[in-house]
Design a protein around this ligand. Structure first.
Ligand SMILES: C[S@@+](CC[C@H](N)C(=O)[O-])C[C@H]1O[C@@H](n2cnc3c(N)ncnc32)[C@H](O)[C@@H]1O
Length: 97
C-alpha cells in the first residue's frame, strides 16, 4: 500500500487479515453491493482475472462464488501479494465447481 512516500507492507497476522476482510465488505456495501464497477453483463464476464495485492484473497473468493452461482465457472483467477496470507482454498484453486 502506498503511504506518503513509503511502501507499507501489512503485517501477516490475524487482526490485520480480519480487518482487511471486514474492509472488503465495507466497500461492498458502500458500492451498492457490487464487487467491481466494470460494466460487465452476464454474457461477457471475463475468463481471466488478475488481482494485484489480493490480501487474503477474499475478493477473488466472493467474485468466483458470485459468478459460479450464475453459471460462469470456467474462470482463471490469479491473485498475487507481497505477503502469503491467502486462505488455503483460494491458494490452491479458485475454480468453484
Ligand atoms: C489494503 S490491503 C487490500 C487487500 C485486498 N485487495 C482486499 O481488498 O482485501 C493491500 C494489499 O496489497 C499488498 N501489496 C502492497 N504492495 C504490493 C505490491 N507491490 N505487490 C503486491 N502486493 C502488494 C499488501 O501486502 C496488502 O495485502
Amino acid at each position: 500500500m502506498w503511504s506518503g512516500g513509503t511502501i507499507e507492507v501489512q503485517p501477516c497476522e490475524e487482526p490485520t487479515n480480519s480487518r482487511m476482510n471486514m474492509l472488503h465488505y465495507v466497500y461492498y456495501h458502500v458500492f451498492d453491493k457490487r464487487h467491481y464497477l466494470a460494466d460487465f453483463n452476464e454474457e461477457n464476464l471475463p475468463k481471466r482475472v488478475l488481482d494485484i495485492g489480493c490480501g487474503t484473497g477474499i475478493w477473488i473468493h466472493d467474485v468466483a462464488k458470485q459468478w459460479a452461482a450464475i453459471g460462469h465457472k470456467d474462470v482463471e483467477f490469479i491473485g498475487i501479494d507481497l505477503v502469503p496470507i491467502q486462505t488455503p482454498m483460494v491458494k490452491w484453486s479458485s475454480r468453484l465447481c
